[in-house]
Write a protein that binds this ligand. Structure first.
Ligand code: ATP
Length: 231
């Protein structure tokens, strides 16, 4: 589904991402963990053609994302709340995204149903603009919008950040359910090691821009990661 080849991003002479090779198969759920500044967001931004690599390419289904629009039809993503349209209500934003994908109002309502628990009666029918929602609720809007098109590939940057404990657990269960029901490919970064392990079957550690570990999740993974990050 995703193939990264010799990708590098350099800012002011400093290499912040350097990944010679990374492959993600269709249907895989991959977690990306790493300390602040490790390069997770930069890697996602290059995968979504939001910034261009200094060197190398990202291929989605064999096509270079910098040279094609095709991948946009089957890719959903939420990197941060800056991508939302602040002067719309949540409903208006979902309609805007739904229109891009040819969804009817009925489709949108149906596709938001699995988010009912996560929304916790605080997202829909609030008569307020996205800018006036809390950071956590803005994140819920962004994640739901990313999933609205039933994407084949879902990329989420720190989806658990700013969510209260109940919401984190609801989101974790929702992502697990989405994975089970639809063979979706996920690439998720998180600072929450236990949540990301529960959602993803494969975990990669990014350190100073380099992938230093790539492991299948098992009952020892949390302990191994905690040991790795204990300094
Ligand atoms: N536009 C930019 N100009 C210069 N340096 C940048 C730019 N964007 C990112 N960087 C640098 O690239 C490095 C990686 O940043 P990035 O945001 O990708 O890390 P991250 O792993 O997502 O961190 P965090 O966990 O704190 O969100 C950091 O040193 C950051 O300062």
């Amino acid at each position: 589904m995703i193939a990264i080849k010799n990708i590098e991003k350099v800012y002011s002479g400093k290499t912040v991402v350097n990944v010679p090779e990374l492959n993600i198969s269709p249907g895989e759920a991959v977690g990306l963990v790493g300390n602040n500044g490790a390069g997770k967001t930069t890697l996602f931004r290059m995968m979504l053609d939001l910034i261009r690599p200094t060197k190398g390419e990202v291929y989605s289904k064999g096509v270079n994302v910098a040279k094609s629009e095709e991948w946009k039809n089957y890719t959903g993503s939420h990197l941060d709340e800056g991508f939302l349209i602040d002067y719309l209500t949540a409903e208006e934003y979902f309609k805007f995204i739904g229109d891009l994908h040819g969804l009817t109002n009925g489709d949108i309502t149906e596709r938001l149903l699995p988010f009912t628990d996560l929304f916790n009666d605080e997202i829909l029918n609030q008569k307020k603009y996205i800018r006036d929602f809390s950071k956590g609720n803005q994140k819920k809007i962004g994640i739901a919008a990313a999933a609205l098109s039933n994407p084949e590939l879902l990329i989420l940057d720190e989806p658990f950040a700013n969510l209260d404990p109940s919401s984190q657990i609801r989101l974790k269960n929702l992502l697990r359910k989405v994975r089970e029901q639809k063979q979706i490919t996920m690439f998720i970064s998180s600072h929450d090691l236990s949540h990301v392990i529960e959602v993803c079957e494969r975990i990669m550690i990014l350190e100073k821009g380099e992938l230093v570990q790539d492991m299948k999740t098992n009952e020892n993974t949390l302990r191994e990661l905690e040991t790795y990050f204990t300094v």
